[in-house]
Design a protein around this ligand. Structure first.
Ligand SMILES: [Zn+2]
Length: 473
């Protein structure tokens, strides 16, 4: 009996709004939110007779995206009109790029070593936003003309896990190079998933469906699982999958048909006569390359392999560029990367997650943070005060030394008090001292515990231990 396995093949389109100040072809602000249609002008609302002017910053930002994903940067790039009629697009065409996009042939390596090929990244303008209310449709054109980059992969993914790892990596890289806020929940980064199923030995791919506008990693994974199952059922019964565009509902966990899937030729692309092509020089590319930060995957490798930080911790630091920059600076001041990572994740990030601050706006420096570690590790301050110190630093930005002084956190090394107290303990515990001299080592811990509790805050455990040992000789 032959059994055949159906294998999914998945490709992605990732759309990201760029963090430019103004829109891509006019000077309207490109910020998020605000009251409806308050940030539009004749250009971005598509009035006749207006002329678009290209925002150079958007070109620089897409070049950064290309460099972050090892793409070739085109020295000649041009603009095309993608024609479709829909109320979210007042011009009835979108300015986009068809044959000559800014970025081509990139790649990203997954942690497994598998390479995902990137076909292209092109620049286009975003469309408006429609809201359906009580039988009417309302159009908000604030989003119209916000620069959008679309990254298109080859169909190289075989599972939801590979897809979500890739999307998280692209999101992080865009955030690292300062071109996207990565806010999937606000739709500034959204993903279309193309998926088809075919026999694992087949030479051709199956008919694909496209799931539009997924805006969380969880939705992406759920949509892929659902769609793999749905297509598998159809093919398993000898049926045929229809080529169509789907939407995914987070509520039901199911996909449903939006429209039959269009092909590129349906859009009747043609060159936009209003915007001249852009010539990019090698010198411009070199200047931009010089300002690119180290990418998260490379930092991750460095943290794990050079600093000896556990995988999960390295992942957590790299997930936030501000945290990662903070860590790197702290590590230049104190050559104890594992200790810093530990304090950063289990103490500082813990407080931040409680809402006591944000990583992008810390009111103290990495040097202040390193000072806290030195105070605690050096026995100058009890570990039990650590959370109070960090809480106050987050709230006021005060220096750790002055916080400790003002609150009496510093352990005073009162040696005569230590000596007197230990003498008293030994006098009161003659039997225990005799046991210890008979070789019962665990009694030392008992005496140490008594001394620690009586001398709390008066001396470090190190001093107490040394004094006790000396007196027992
Ligand atoms: Zn405008």
């Amino acid at each position: 009996m032959w059994s055949t396995m159906l294998k999914p093949t998945i490709g992605l389109e990732i759309h990201a709004e760029l963090l430019t100040q103004s829109k891509v072809f006019c000077t309207c602000p490109a910020s998020f939110g605000g009251s409806e249609n308050s940030r539009c002008c004749p250009v971005c609302s598509g009035l006749p007779g207006t002329l678009p002017v290209l925002n150079q910053k958007a070109v620089e930002f897409i070049i950064r995206a290309g460099m972050a994903t090892e793409c070739d940067i085109s020295l000649f790039t041009k603009w095309d009109r993608k024609n479709y009629f829909y109320p979210d697009l007042p011009k009835a065409y979108q300015i986009s790029q068809m044959p000559r996009p800014v970025c081509l042939n990139g790649k990203v390596r997954l942690k497994s070593g598998k390479v995902i090929r990137i076909n292209r990244i092109h620049l286009e303008e975003d469309a408006g936003k429609l809201t359906h209310e009580g039988g009417a449709t309302l159009a908000d054109y604030n989003r119209c003309g916000i620069p959008l980059i679309e990254l298109v992969t080859e169909p190289d993914f075989a599972s939801a896990e590979e897809v979500t790892e890739f999307v998280a990596e692209i999101r992080a890289r865009y955030m690292y190079c300062g071109i996207s806020d990565g806010k999937m929940e606000q739709g500034s980064l959204r993903v279309d998933v193309n998926i088809s199923l075919a026999d694992e030995h087949a030479d051709t791919l199956g008919t694909r469906s496209e799931i539009k506008n997924l805006n969380s990693l969880r939705s992406i994974a759920r949509a892929i699982e659902y769609e793999t199952h749905r297509q598998g059922e159809i093919l398993g019964k000898g049926g045929k999958v229809t080529q169509e565009t789907l939407r995914f509902s987070d509520g039901t966990g199911e996909t449903s048909s939006l429209r039959s899937k269009e092909d590129a030729h349906d859009y009747r692309y043609f060159p936009d006569p209003d915007i001249p092509p852009v010539l990019i020089t090698e010198e411009e590319i070199a200047v931009i390359r010089g300002t690119m930060p180290e990418m998260p995957s490379s930092r991750y490798d460095r943290y794990v392999n050079k600093c000896g930080i556990p995988h999960k911790d390295a992942e957590n630091i790299v997930a936030d560029k501000h945290l990662s920059d903070f860590f790197d600076e702290a590590a230049t001041l104190l050559d104890e990367p594992r200790k810093i990572a530990n304090y950063l994740l289990s103490e500082l990030l813990y407080r931040i997650n409680l809402g006591e601050g944000t990583t992008d706006n810390l009111p103290f420096t990495p040097a202040d943070f390193v000072r806290v570690i030195e105070l605690v590790e050096g026995g100058k301050v009890s570990r039990s005060h650590l959370k109070d110190i960090l809480r106050e630093m987050l709230a006021t930005g005060s220096k750790p030394d002055s916080i400790c002084e003002q609150n009496n956190y510093l352990i005073k090394e009162d040696l005569s008090l230590v000596s007197d107290t230990i003498d008293k303990i030994l006098a009161e515990n003659v039997a225990a001292v005799a046991q210890l001299k008979n070789g019962e080592q665990k009694v030392f811990g008992f005496l140490m515990g008594k001394a620690n509790s009586l001398l709390k805050g008066a001396a470090t455990p190190k001093i107490i231990k040394e004094t006790l040992e000396k007196k027992l000789k």
